[in-house]
Design a protein around this ligand. Structure first.
Ligand code: GCB
Length: 613
């Protein structure tokens, strides 16, 4: 089968309507580049220089490097990297004699004095650049910077970004010098009431350049982004699109999946976008068969190679169907915090430790809470056969009435989807966690759900809800947001924030929606190694009682489609002050931050091993 087109005109029409929605508002491919719906895809397969390593820093709580004494932005702020030229010069900063921090990495765990630091930090690195003979485009790509970043190259501002957990890239072709280049960032992790997340969270506000930085080089005319998945409706149809930059109408990209003998030409329009669909019958991705195919996108100037899996995910009443068959999501919630060293995850080894614990627990699913985790994490989960719930930090009480907050959340949602849309492992986009009922909140989240759907029809939309109504002895899931999501997440802490552990097993649940429900959080805290009676808080016995009784409760819920208890490993939180137990850690982990399993780990493991599908 060299070229297996199915010219089913109805499907093609539907697909082109989707594409039209996608491209609406894009008038040129220059605009598409700065549009959060698209990302410079798959950095690892491109020619790039890794700029990680030790960067010079200046800690600047008063933002002296940015504002003058009248609080007006300076023209010669620290981004100019000025140096004394004569002995009488007055320059009150010098990156080169200041301290160093490792990139990627949070600053809080790299120096004791930065443990609680929230504010502005200046970062500087230098690198060499040699232009090539042919014309090329150069991008700076940032995996994540928490929270707000201004980026300067050779003294000129080249971009800015808000949002601590999503990747972005900037075209810097016109700002690079031949030879030495100076890259300076102003990074600010001050929490803001109108931010996403807002001031109040239950995790550490790790600041800094927390994921890798690359200088990526592409041909002048290049493939910028692409999307390929099994069609949500037609299971033997692969469809998607390619976005080129600096292209002309009629330019072509060759798409190949060698193992499936697929080889097809995609032609782009004047905006650089080209849609395709063809029939194919792949061996589908699933937890028991996490099959990925080599997918190649070729032009005469470049070859992008990716590993992509194909599957379908849908709901049928209260069931979740993976590739048409009901599956129970045996999950665990995870924060992106590194075992042993504590602090943000920065290496593939740390990712593997976390995900292998999840596998050992018996999981086929991970809830990556409460913000998009690194691409490393998502790709590795997919390889290990773990389905992924990916979430934006619309958490607790963000300002739902505030337009700027909405735009920020929408942007983070688009960036999350843009980066991971080709990962078959990702099955759920979560738009919020534990948000309080109100009209503005419903409007805000309904809009986000609609955006997620318009960008991606190959995944389910969810949100973790924590408001139910007690009626006739049952907890009824009746949050009006239930209407707008495909899968309802329920966070409920019976035996910890309410009731005794023993009261949980008889707790009954009902739902106003004929939809799958995932218990996206339940659990309780224990200090690993602390033992006592099962009514003594913080002991492993108490935590075990919470788990045992909650599991009994879960077994009685007919519409239950999965669980992801809170949480795999103890994690740092600004809300946890009980020194002798917590010492800044939320202790609800099944494993301590030093990697020691608590008794409840084995209780949950036994439950998962008893579930067959
Ligand atoms: C929750 C939140 C989670 C917290 C957890 C807790 O409901 O969703 O972010 O860490 O409870 O431990 O209180």
């Amino acid at each position: 089968m060299k070229q297996s087109y199915r010219r089913d005109s109805i499907i093609k029409t539907i697909f082109f309507i989707h594409l039209l929605i996608l491209v609406s508002g894009i008038n040129s491919s220059a605009q598409a580049q700065s549009d959060a719906r698209f990302q410079l895809q798959n950095i690892d397969s491109r020619q790039s220089d890794n700029l990680d390593g030790l960067w010079s820093i200046i800690v600047d709580p008063l933002e002296n490097g940015y504002y003058n004494h009248r609080w007006l932005p300076k023209e010669d702020g620290y981004f100019k990297n000025k140096k004394m030229e004569t002995p009488s010069d007055l320059i009150e900063y010098d990156f080169d004699t200041d301290e160093l921090l490792m990139v990627p990495g949070d600053w809080n765990t790299q120096a004791e004095k930065l443990y609680y630091y929230e504010g502005t930090m200046w970062y500087k690195t230098e690198f060499e650049f040699t232009p090539s003979e042919e014309e090329r485009e150069e991008y700076l790509h940032f995996g994540a910077i928490n929270y707000e970043a201004l980026i300067y190259l050779n003294g000129e501002k080249v971009g800015e970004h808000i949002g601590g957990y999503t990747s972005f890239s900037l075209n810097v072709t016109d700002f690079l010098n031949e030879g030495n280049n100076v890259l300076i960032l102003k990074v600010d992790n001050k929490r803001k009431r109108e931010g996403v997340p807002t001031i109040n969270t239950d995790w550490w506000n790790y600041g800094g350049i927390t994921r890798s930085v690359h200088l990526v080089s592409t041909p002048k005319k290049h493939i910028y982004d692409y999307f390929i998945q099994l069609d949500a409706e037609q299971k033997d149809l692969m469809s998607g699109w390619v976005l080129m930059k600096n292209s002309e109408r009629g330019d072509q990209v060759q798409l190949e999946i060698p193992e499936l003998e697929v080889q097809t030409m995609v032609e782009v329009n004047e905006d650089g976008l080209g849609a395709f669909s063809f029939s194919a019958n792949p061996d589908v991705w699933s937890p028991t068969n996490p099959k990925l195919y080599e997918v190649l996108l070729k032009t005469d100037k470049e070859v992008i190679s990716d590993e992509i899996g194909f599957r379908t995910i849908e709901t049928q009443g209260s069931k979740i169907l993976l590739n048409g068959e009901a599956i129970f999501l045996k999950g665990i919630s995870i924060h992106e915090e590194a075992p042993f060293k504590t602090g943000r995850v920065t290496s593939i080894e740390e990712v593997r430790v976390l995900l292998k614990w999840a596998k050992e627990l018996g999981c086929n699913f991970v809830r990556l809470a409460h913000y998009p985790h690194s691409e490393l994490m998502v790709r590795e989960a997919e390889k290990l056969g773990l389905m992924v719930w990916s979430e934006i930090p619309v958490y607790w009480t963000v300002l739902f009435e505030h337009e700027e907050t909405y735009q920020n959340a929408e942007n983070q949602l688009k960036e999350m989807i843009a980066r991971d849309k080709n990962r078959a492992g990702v099955v759920l986009w979560s738009i919020a966690n534990e948000t309080p009922l109100s009209e503005p909140r419903l409007t805000f989240l309904r809009k986000l759900a609609a955006i997620a759907r318009s960008l991606d029809q190959t995944r389910l939309i969810t949100a973790a809800l924590d408001t139910q109504t007690r009626r006739a002895g049952e907890n009824i899931i009746d949050d009006p947001l239930g209407e707008y999501v495909d899968v309802i997440g329920v966070n409920s802490y019976c035996g910890w924030y309410g009731g005794t552990p023993r009261s949980c097993k008889n707790l009954k649940w009902g739902s106003e929606y004929d939809k799958p429900v995932i218990f996206s959080e339940f659990g309780g805290g224990a200090l690993q190694g602390l033992h006592g009676e099962d009514n003594e808080r913080w002991t492993e016995e108490y935590q075990s009682a919470v788990y045992r009784n909650n599991i009994e409760m879960l077994k009685n819920i007919e519409f239950l489609a999965g669980t992801s208890p809170w949480i795999l490993m103890d994690f740092r939180s600004h809300r946890r002050h009980l020194k002798r137990i917590q010492a800044d850690f939320n202790r609800k982990g099944l494993i301590s931050e030093q990697g020691v399993k608590k008794e409840s780990f084995y209780i949950m493991q036994e439950y998962y091993n008893s579930i067959e599908y």
